[in-house]
Design a binder for this molecule. Structure first.
Ligand SMILES: [Zn+2]
Length: 86
């Protein structure tokens, strides 16, 4: 499920993130290969959904604790919104 818009979709259609321990806190990291251990956090492959998930503290909720979110992660989607099969 996308933490931004709540859309349900197969995990392979979503972008996966994992909260990784770093410097005494947790840092959100994009898991490109869906291979990282830990609880997966998902959003649509859309900058808008990523942003919304951040604003709604969806990542922190999903990770069950504070997570540092690098806004640059949203840039990976370019214009976003162009999600096939949405
Ligand atoms: Zn979404």
């Amino acid at each position: 499920m996308c933490l931004g818009c709540g859309r349900r979709a197969p995990k392979r259609d979503l972008a996966r993130y994992v909260a990784v321990p770093e410097g005494g806190g947790m840092v959100l990291t994009r898991d490109h290969g869906a291979s990282m251990p830990g609880r997966g956090l998902y959003t649509c492959r859309s900058g808008a959904c990523f942003q919304r998930a951040t604003e709604r503290r969806g990542f922190a909720r999903g990770a069950r604790g504070p997570v540092v979110v690098d806004a640059a992660l949203a840039g990976e989607f370019g214009d976003g919104e162009a999600v096939s099969g949405a």
